[in-house]
Design a protein around this ligand. Structure first.
Ligand code: NAP
Length: 341
């Protein structure tokens, strides 16, 4: 038993009443209630955060509906990401003190209550300092997609400077973060996007932009990358793996991260004769150490002003159910909905 544990005892806590968007059972957006809710208060190693902004990601809808199964405490406060201010940092919450601006992107799954409340309890190892001058709205709008991009590129994609990466959906939330991070790391980025988004993708650091609606896009990529592609990431979920494997160079990698319904055919011969790798990844399974490493990269790019949401719309937290409906309708494109208590 550690000294700290002996001194402060187990993580028992006083209940805490918060104003929250929550569900009492899995189901459609209509299950989301808004009102006062009593949850477990901070325990050992926890930080109590006053939430300034939260958001809705696709994964929040998967968790609310039960499409992505993970242990949840009921009633369950929805939402994964927050930015806010430290209220209290109890014993074991090293590195945090009241008044500091912070953010988190891993609440609301794996047994943890969510972020869609006026206050949230956050384990200190899942909390990061907000760089000075960065707005909580910008931070919360990019936290999920940018951390996803980092983990896909570097932890799972093993991207190195000088390598070539193809980003399908380069103008999207995850896609734009992939472009920024890969370019910042010294990779050559070929983004697939519609022509109207070409300038945007280039402004993020894409060396080449190819129109994904042109059926001949694989030929175009082949011409642009005659030695093959080191890393292929498809944020659209189309997962045309036959084409993707064909574009890879020896020891190339494909990281699957989207496309719940896709059932691609994998050309096995081409995969193994290229020593290629097809790997899957979901941020929900990332360790706290992996998330913290991603957060350092996100903070660096937020502070530099290179990582920004393309468009945001701010709604009151009371409209969380409506935000889930809009996310599920699939019409948001790169618009990020930010909710404020
Ligand atoms: N694995 C994980 O841990 C993880 C984490 C976060 C998100 N995700 C998943 O990542 C996916 C992307 O999320 P997001 O927030 O970035 O969505 P998003 O902003 O809507 O981006 C999707 C992009 O795909 C493009 N696109 C659509 N159809 C295409 C096609 N046929 N070919 C090429 N590009 C196409 C879109 O371009 P237009 O704008 O031209 O339509 C858009 O830029 C979602 O499925 C999400 O669930 C996974």
């Amino acid at each position: 038993m550690s000294d700290a544990f002996a001194e402060h005892g187990p993580a028992s806590s006083q209940p805490l009443t918060v104003r929250a968007a929550y569900i009492e059972r899995l189901g459609p957006p209509e299950e989301i209630r808004y009102g006062d809710l009593t949850i477990a208060g901070p325990g050992f190693g926890d930080v109590l955060v006053e939430v300034e902004a939260t958001t809705v990601n696709r994964v929040d809808t998967f968790i609310r509906s039960g499409a992505y199964r993970t242990p949840l405490p009921f009633p369950f406060v929805v939402g994964r990401d927050l930015a806010g201010t430290v209220v209290t940092a109890g014993p074991g919450a090293l590195g945090f003190s009241p008044g500091q601006r912070v953010w988190c992107n891993s609440l609301g799954h794996a047994g943890r209550q969510g972020a869609a409340a006026d206050r949230a309890v956050v384990p200190a190892d899942r909390l990061y300092h907000l760089p000075p001058g960065v707005s909580p709205i910008d931070a919360v709008a990019v936290a999920h997609s940018a951390a996803t991009a980092y983990l896909a590129l570097f932890t799972h994609g093993r991207l190195r400077p000088g390598q070539t990466v193809v980003v399908v959906g380069g103008a999207g939330n995850v896609g734009s973060a992939l472009v920024v991070m890969a370019a910042d790391a010294g990779a050559r980025v070929v983004a697939l996007a519609r022509p109207a988004a070409e300038d945007y993708c280039r402004s993020l650091g894409a060396a080449e932009v190819v129109d994904y609606r042109d059926d001949r896009w694989p030929d175009r990529v082949r011409r642009l990358c005659p030695d093959g592609v080191d890393l292929y990431l498809d944020t659209s979920g189309s997962n045309e793996l036959g084409t993707a494997v064909g574009l890879l160079r020896q020891r190339g990698r494909i990281v699957l991260l989207a496309g719940r319904e896709s059932r691609p055919v994998l050309p096995a011969w081409d995969v193994y004769t290229k020593d290629a790798t097809v790997t899957g990844f979901v941020i929900s399974q990332a360790t706290t150490a992996e998330l913290a490493e991603a957060a350092r990269a996100v903070n660096h790019l937020l502070a530099a002003g290179w990582l920004r949401p393309r468009r945001t719309e701010v709604l009151p937290l009371a409209q969380t159910a409506e935000a889930h409906r809009r996310m599920e309708a699939g019409t948001l494109r790169s618009l990020r909905l930010v909710l404020t208590p």
